[in-house]
Design a protein around this ligand. Structure first.
Ligand code: ADP
Ligand code: MG
Length: 260
């Protein structure tokens, strides 16, 4: 059994005017094995966030289903959803989503506090994370007192501390300078080497070239996928750039069609 199975997922955003309905996801199916590190790429508007939000159980698909360890998300009643999400999924966002009124340490503990975890257990888990995350000296600081890179490392700690089955990251390097982005990507590689499964949406070719598989989405469907195999990050970078060139050149956008 795969860790995650996405089956014939469809999402149609309909408006009051039926003709304006948008098919954001068009029958997407794929599966993710435990320990994989997957990057999802595609042009703006291709459906990446819609897909990630469906996997994050933040949005219900129009049809199709998603199984995490065999459990169909879409069948979990609303009142149990938040707890399910907290126990099984970890999130890393472009803009960190840390609460400014809490210290970094309190932010990191938050999902465990909500799950009623005893303090000694929270401390034990955080202490184990500190060395690789390099956040020991800033734990008592508030988010507005530290850099973007430090905020994102705290956000990664908050995601990891629940021992999630899956980490979902939406443009995690999008708000970071290139050095902090590199540090975050190295951190993702390290936690993935320790067995953590990661799905990351990114625009960045260099970010995607750290993953082990890249899924390319176009118009709500999977256009192509690349497995790293034995390629180095640089080789993978080149393959991704070539694929993106093909992806963007095929089927002109409606605007280009009109102009022609
Ligand atoms: N809440 C919404 N209501 C209507 N249309 C939406 C909504 N969210 C996204 N869309 C549309 O669905 C498509 C996919 O969007 P999105 O998943 O955000 O793409 P991406 O993250 O790849 O940029 C786009 O055409 C977008 O305009
Ligand atoms: Mg998006």
């Amino acid at each position: 059994m795969s860790l995650l199975e996405v089956n014939s997922l469809k999402k149609i955003y309909s408006s009051a005017f039926k003709s304006n309905a948008v098919t954001a996801l068009n029958n997407i199916s794929f599966s993710v094995e435990e320990g994989e590190y997957i990057a999802i790429m595609g042009e703006s508007g291709s459906g990446k966030s819609t897909l990630l939000n469906a996997i994050a159980a933040l949005d219900t698909p129009t049809s199709g289903n998603i199984l995490l360890k065999g459990t169909d998300f879409t069948k979990i009643p609303d009142h149990k959803m938040a707890a399910f999400r907290r126990s099984h999924l970890g999130f890393v966002f472009q803009d960190f989503h840390l609460l400014d009124t809490l210290t970094l340490e309190e932010n990191i503990y938050l999902p465990l506090v909500l799950n009623n975890t005893p303090l000694h257990e929270m401390k034990r888990r955080l202490n184990a994370l500190i060395p690789s995350l390099g956040i020991g000296r800033i734990l008592k600081n508030y988010p507005y007192e530290v850099s973007g890179g430090q905020k994102q490392r705290a956000a990664v700690a908050r995601a990891l501390i629940t021992y999630p089955d899956l980490i979902l990251a939406d443009e995690p390097t999008g708000a970071l300078d290139s050095r902090s982005a590199d540090e975050l990507l190295n951190l993702f590689n390290e936690i993935n080497e320790n067995g953590q499964t990661i799905i990351m949406v990114t625009h960045s070719i260099s970010a995607a070239s750290h993953a082990n598989r890249i899924l390319f989405i176009k118009d709500g469907a999977i256009f192509h996928q690349i497995y790293r195999g034995t390629a180095s990050n640089d080789e993978l970078y080149n393959t991704i750039s070539k694929t993106l060139t093909v992806l963007m050149s095929k089927a002109p956008s409606p605007i280009r069609r009109i102009a022609n």
